[in-house]
Design a protein around this ligand. Structure first.
Ligand code: HEM
Ligand code: HEM
Length: 437
């Protein structure tokens, strides 16, 4: 790509922020009138001995002290740069951030035959942004109470202009987001991107996946239809077999059974707690993406398999944008052509319909529980799953080979087994339940 070989555009590397430099140095003795008390004071005792440099601007203020532009040595240190007036205005105020901005401009993404997989983190981010936007719009009409939830849901689907589209996009984007995160997780796993120094990217990513699954679980109940009601009944029952689990179930449900209280809890988790937590962890994850840059698979550099680098800004971001446009087209297509069903209002007194199952991303665990139906089996399944999850989260710290830039085939096999377990169990639920229809 042409950009890789070019120097950063003049506009992107502004003239050095003179006030910062000036402010740090003491004014030379005898320099012109100090503009403010203290401004010309030498910063250190030895400063007076310093050889007379070309007079630093007299009015240099100690950093952190605001001075009106007229008193500054150079009211606009960026006047020579090719930045727009607006960008210059911000630059003048936030010049301390310049090193960060410059860093981001120089970030590069390696190009090789597996580069395709670098798009899935960005796609996960895109669908999350869609979730926030559509979720906030749905919130204008949705009512999280036992009596009103289903009616408001019908109202959104039937009466609100484009409400049906928003609801379908929210429901489809939730599924696509989680799908992208699984692809992102396994692709970073097989490329061993979690290896030193990106251990915390993996851990924060794993937490993001758990939180996103929490979004899916809590959102599922919100329409308050029969399917969601009974699936939540089954889902929240699971921890009961573990010691102390009954207490957890009671907290989740807001009582012994799934009821209007449960809806309130799921709603608050869905629209307040989880978004807050995700934004926090996501900020950490994306900051690390920028600080640590993108890794290349082990041995690629040495073997000459890197075909060059894309500048993150603007080249890679533009390519990400193309991925987002494709994702958006797919989302609208699915939302219009394959609408999610509305169902019938939940009725706690009705008997559970056949074919109750959770969302597809919980099917693997669901199947494991079904397979472990013997005495003490459910507890064993929960223990196995918890241990598996913790080991998976700590993989970067266990796989020492990868952290020394050596291949670690045992972990590749481990990843294949985990993937196979998830795919096979998911397919088993799909096959069994599609026969029930
Ligand atoms: C700040 C972000 C979000 C807000 C404000 C929000 C808000 C809402 C609201 C008001 C509903 C109920 C309306 C309805 O059921 O159609 C809903 C449903 C739902 N949400 Fe969210 N949501 C957000 C993020 C997410 C995320 C990140 C996910 C998943 C990864 C998600 C998954 C779901 C699901 C699966 C439903 C049920 C969809 C259905 O069957 O209609 N939401 N959300
Ligand atoms: C809301 C969820 C997530 C978002 C928005 C997100 C976003 C991103 C983005 C934009 C990148 C840089 C480009 C790329 O390699 O795709 C990235 C890198 C990375 N992510 Fe995530 N991610 C999320 C979840 C996860 C999960 C679930 C994991 C794994 C458990 C994970 C692990 C990583 C790792 C290890 C990298 C470094 C890749 C490299 O340098 O080659 N992330 N993430």
């Amino acid at each position: 790509m042409a950009e890789n070989t070019q120097k950063p555009a003049a506009g992107s590397a502004p003239a050095k922020p003179k006030p910062a430099a000036g402010a740090a140095k003491p004014a030379a003795p005898g320099a012109a009138k100090p503009a403010a008390p203290g401004a010309a004071k030498p910063a250190a005792p030895g400063a007076a001995k310093a050889p007379a440099k070309p007079a630093a601007p007299a009015a240099a203020a100690p950093s952190g002290v605001f001075k009106p532009p007229v008193d500054r040595p150079d009211p606009n240190p960026f006047k020579d740069s090719k930045m727009s007036a607006v960008a210059g205005w911000f630059q003048e105020r936030f010049y301390v951030l310049n090193p960060i901005i410059d860093y981001l401009k120089h970030k590069e993404v390696p190009k090789h035959r597996l580069s395709f997989w670098y798009y899935f983190g960005g796609l996960g981010l895109f669908f999350f942004i869609i979730q926030i936007l559509t979720g906030l719009l749905l919130l204008q009409y949705y009512k999280p109470t036992e009596t009103d939830a289903f009616a408001s849901f019908l109202f959104i689907q039937g009466e609100v202009p484009f409400g049906w589209l928003l609801r379908q996009i929210h429901a489809w984007s939730a599924n696509l987001m989680i799908m992208m995160l699984f692809i992102h997780m396994f692709s970073t796993f097989f490329m061993k991107s979690y290896r030193k120094p990106r251990e915390l990217m993996w851990v924060s990513g794993f937490l993001l996946l758990v939180l996103s699954l929490g979004f899916g679980f809590t959102g599922y109940l919100l329409p308050w239809n029969e399917l969601a009601f009974f699936a939540t009944q089954v889902g929240t029952e699971v921890p009961k077999v573990a010691p102390g689990g009954a207490f957890l179930v009671e907290i989740l449900r807001g009582g012994p059974e799934v009821s209007g209280e449960t809806l309130t809890r799921m709603f608050s988790l869905h629209v307040v707690l989880l978004p807050g937590l995700v934004l926090l962890v996501l900020t950490a994850h994306l900051t690390m993406v920028q600080i640590l840059g993108t890794s290349a698979p082990i041995g690629y550099k040495e073997a000459g398999l890197i075909k060059g680098y894309d500048k993150f800004f603007p080249t890679f971001l533009a390519k990400d944008g193309i991925g987002w446009l494709i994702g958006f087209a797919l989302l609208v297509y699915l939302a219009v052509v394959f609408p999610w069903e509305i169902g019938v209002k939940a009725d706690a007194l009705a008997s559970a319909p056949v074919g109750i199952k959770p969302e597809w991303y919980f099917w693997a665990q669901f199947q494991l529980l079904k397979d472990f139906k013997f005495e003490g089996g459910e507890l064993l399944a929960i223990i196995l799953f918890t241990i598996g999850g913790v080991v998976w989260m700590l993989v970067p710290f266990i796989d020492r080979q990868a952290s020394q830039e050596k291949k670690s085939p045992i972990f590749t096999v481990f990843g294949i087994l985990v993937l196979a377990f998830l795919l096979i169990n998911t397919y088993r639920v799909y096959a069994e339940y599609s026969m029930l229809k």
